[in-house]
Design a protein around this ligand. Structure first.
Ligand code: ZN
Length: 340
């Protein structure tokens, strides 16, 4: 076996409106105790990858040295570190990208996504997986059945975001659910809400994105500005846009005791309509990634309850990562994947 691998690396400067990505050779990492070496097969491209490429930062996370992007990987185990008992070489896996401190208070409370010490692929200074190989803790490599494709196994990550949103909104039987934003996260959030028993309305400013609304569980869909003035009728509102007008519109459409889940990232601050929140006793929560979602995500994908492959609109090689990072802006594009 060769000892070096190809890796796509992002570096600055970012003042031209984006950084640059080059492919370089790096040593194949060696799995330590309770870790495995994975030959990466597919990596979903996420809005956060594109954001780092364009701006070199997200909030306080700064790309101040070369960084490997990509955090939605699947692959095949090719080597085991010492003490790995539950996995074998040849096993196909989906990699959960965030690894917490095992004994932190948030981890022990079951909310390991909120551990401040979590190490997450492609979040500075932790490298991601636009690479031929990666080492990862065995506990965060989830076996997938052959009915789940490599691309679908990668997209269990955005499905996990949607599952976490549905759980946070406590979507139940017959709940009227409004989802704003029909990108990959909004579509998956709509599907998860429908599977949980909700009756889903989906909106997006880009009407062409609503073509898939019914396929992803929405009973109704509207271009955002053409949505009928329904009054406060929704039990749950899931925002997958991060845009202030969408959030304020969604809050206004919530019925008394309605639940708002803020998933989309965009505006850092939004003016809160306090009287509305008080008068209807609205519940507003955010979600930060996910915890304990992979088992459910795997079942939904394996049973074909959720069509993950249907989100993929382009496939790129490692030498084509820059195109993968920018294709999202073109009409009709939903999810790009990289096959290293
Ligand atoms: Zn992502």
């Amino acid at each position: 076996m060769t000892t070096s691998m190809k890796v796509a690396v992002l570096s600055g400067p970012f003042d031209a409106g984006h950084g640059s990505v080059h492919v370089e050779d790096r040593p194949i990492p060696v799995p330590g105790p309770k870790e495995v070496l994975v030959r990466i097969k597919s990596v979903g491209v996420c809005g956060s990858d594109t954001h780092y490429y364009r701006h070199g930062r997200i909030g306080n996370y700064l790309v101040d040295r070369p960084l490997v992007l990509g955090h939605e990987p699947s692959g095949v185990i090719v080597a085991l570190g010492p003490g790995v008992l539950n996995l074998a070489t040849g096993q196909r896996v989906s990699l959960e990208p965030g690894v917490p401190e095992p004994l932190s208070s948030q981890t022990l409370a079951g909310r390991y996504n909120l551990d401040p010490g979590v190490r997450f692929f492609a979040t500075p200074p932790v490298d991601g997986v636009f690479a031929e190989y990666a080492v990862h803790p065995a506990a965060f490599c989830h076996p997938v059945p052959d009915s789940v494709s490599d691309d679908a196994a990668a997209l269990l990550e955005p499905l996990s975001v949607a599952i976490a949103a549905g759980r946070a909104g406590k979507v139940g039987l017959g709940d009227k659910v409004l989802v704003a934003g029909a990108g990959p996260i909004g579509l998956l959030a709509a599907k998860v809400a429908q599977l949980a028993g909700g009756v889903v309305t989906l909106t997006d400013v880009r009407a062409e994105r609503l073509e898939l609304a019914a396929h992803y569980g929405a009973s109704h869909s509207y271009p955002a500005r053409a949505a009928p003035a329904t009054g406060p009728e929704f039990d749950v509102f899931i925002d997958a846009t991060g845009a202030e007008p969408a959030v304020l519109d969604g809050l206004a459409r919530l019925a008394p005791r309605g639940r708002c889940v803020l998933v989309g990232m965009g505006a850092d601050t939004i003016a809160l309509p306090v009287q509305l929140v008080q008068g209807r006793e609205l519940v507003i929560t955010g979600t930060f990634r996910y915890a304990n979602t992979w088992p459910a995500a795997i079942e939904l994908a394996a049973s074909s309850a959720v069509d993950l492959d249907g989100l993929v609109t382009s496939v790129h090689g490692l030498d084509d990562v820059e195109a993968a990072l920018t294709v999202g802006a073109t009409p009709g594009a939903l999810k790009a994947v990289v096959h290293p």
